[in-house]
Design a protein around this ligand. Structure first.
Ligand code: PGA
Ligand code: ZN
Length: 427
């Protein structure tokens, strides 16, 4: 262990994400011989206020999606400025990068360049101190494993079917450990595959590993999931519950929610809330994320007033992990939980600040992947470090999703008896 180690080299490389699009892998080397890397994820249904992912725009390479400019920013600009600095001074380092960038959305250096450096610095520091990443970021109290929200069925812009809502997730809230939660979720996923097959539906999977069968309605999606939970041998609602991410910004058109795929027509925010209210009665739903669109603050306020006592109301696109928007949400009571994505804001420190704001308000927070991911499991350690008890990392298949779940299995085993998993909705 060398407490006074310094950064000796920072290098970025253009790699591919799980969709085959370019992203960055950043490696930070220290003068004590430690070297650590981190890779940056990428969303598809991004919020309009997210930090900027710098892309080359050169149509001759990857249809303009290359990140050689961001790589250059790391190798030629950021890297040399960090050499000689102490990697354990994460907040100072992150703040330096944010101020240097100088734009409100990291458009100059690129949030992808900055986040890659920020995460790799954290990992290098933890390795240098010989402490696992979750313990380095979360301290000795970081022993709470997260309950996974597993996206097993897709509609919306992610599927060619008659389902308007983007994600139907299962949440094994009744499991005693993370390993058991993962097993409940994976068995439900396998049961769902058999049920879909029997009904003659396709069982190929989408970007996050969920099925995208040609279901006839939004209701049928909930019905086949309840059937799958039971078929896997679990009690719907008690052991395995449903979480939704309608991603409503994607079907908000000219002041109304257009449920065109299911043929239900245009609905107001109030009508959407009434629809969710009926669903909560009918199906074992515990959480609704982005039930309304990202700029519909007043709709979110009424939606939370109507449903917030019964289920978790999560804001994703509306907050984009940014304390400026989360503070407004808290002031106006627009939800009672926040979806947390490191790359929506662009540094580890600012992400921790967003979570701290949630804690102060006694709101929930869920550490989330993006639909474009890599094999990097940074967010698994981060979820345990932050201790919110919830993680969203896709279905029970696809290597880049499983990498996070497998890392959580390792962490749970390493923590041994001190590891804990609790139902985030138990009162
Ligand atoms: P994205 O979608 O990663 O493509 O933005 C995930 C979500 O909406 O939660
Ligand atoms: Zn979302």
């Amino acid at each position: 262990m060398n407490m006074s180690s310094r950064i000796s080299l920072v290098r970025a490389l253009e790699i591919l994400d799980s969709r085959g699009n370019p992203t960055l892998k950043v490696t930070v080397a220290l003068d004590n011989g430690v070297s650590a890397s981190a890779s940056v994820p990428s969303g598809a249904s991004t919020g309009e206020n997210e930090a900027v992912e710098l892309r080359d725009g050169d149509r001759k390479r990857y249809d303009g999606k290359g990140v050689l400019g961001a790589v250059e920013n790391v190798n030629r600009a950021i890297g040399p400025r960090l050499v000689g600095l102490d990697p354990t001074r994460q907040a100072e380092l992150d703040r330096f990068l944010v101020e240097w960038d100088g734009t409100p959305n990291k458009a100059r250096l690129g949030a992808n360049a900055i986040l890659g450096v920020s995460m790799a610095v954290a990992r290098a520091a933890s390795q240098s101190l010989n402490i696992p990443l979750y313990a380095y970021l979360g301290g000795p109290g970081a022993t709470r494993l997260p309950v996974p929200m597993m996206n097993i069925l897709n509609g919306g812009k992610h599927a060619d079917n008659s389902v308007d809502f983007q994600e139907f997730m299962v949440m094994p809230i009744g499991a005693p450990t993370f390993a058991e939660a993962l097993r409940y979720g994976a068995e439900t996923f396998h049961a769902l595959r058999s049920i879909l097959k029997k009904k003659g539906y396709a069982t190929s999977v989408g970007d996050e590993g969920g099925f995208a069968p040609n279901l006839k309605s939004n209701d049928e999606a909930c019905e086949v999931i309840v059937e799958a939970i039971s078929a896997a041998g679990y009690k719907p609602g008690r052991e395995v519950a449903i979480a939704l991410d309608p991603a409503a910004s994607s079907f908000y058109e000219d002041g109304a929610y257009n449920l065109s795929k299911s043929g239900q027509g245009r609905k107001s925010a109030t009508e959407m809330t009434a629809l969710f209210s009926r669903w909560i009665e009918r199906y074992p739903i515990v959480s609704i994320e982005d039930g309304l669109a990202e700029n519909d603050w007043e709709g979110f306020r009424q939606h939370t007033a109507a449903l917030g006592q019964r289920v978790q109301i999560v804001g994703d696109d509306i907050y984009v992990t940014n304390t400026r928007f989360i503070a407004r949400g808290i002031r106006e009571k627009c939800s009672n939980a926040v979806l947390i994505k490191l790359n929506q804001i662009g540094t580890v420190t600012e992400t921790v600040e967003a979570i701290e704001m949630c804690r102060q308000a006694r709101w929930g927070y869920i550490i989330s992947h993006r639909s474009g991911e890599t094999e990097d499991a940074f967010m698994a350690d981060f979820a345990v470090a932050m201790g919110g008890g919830q993680i969203k990392s896709g279905s029970a298949c696809r290597g880049e999703r499983i990498a996070k779940y497998n890392r959580l299995l390792e962490i749970e085993a390493e923590l041994g008896k001190s590891a804990g998993l609790t139902n985030p909705f138990a009162t």
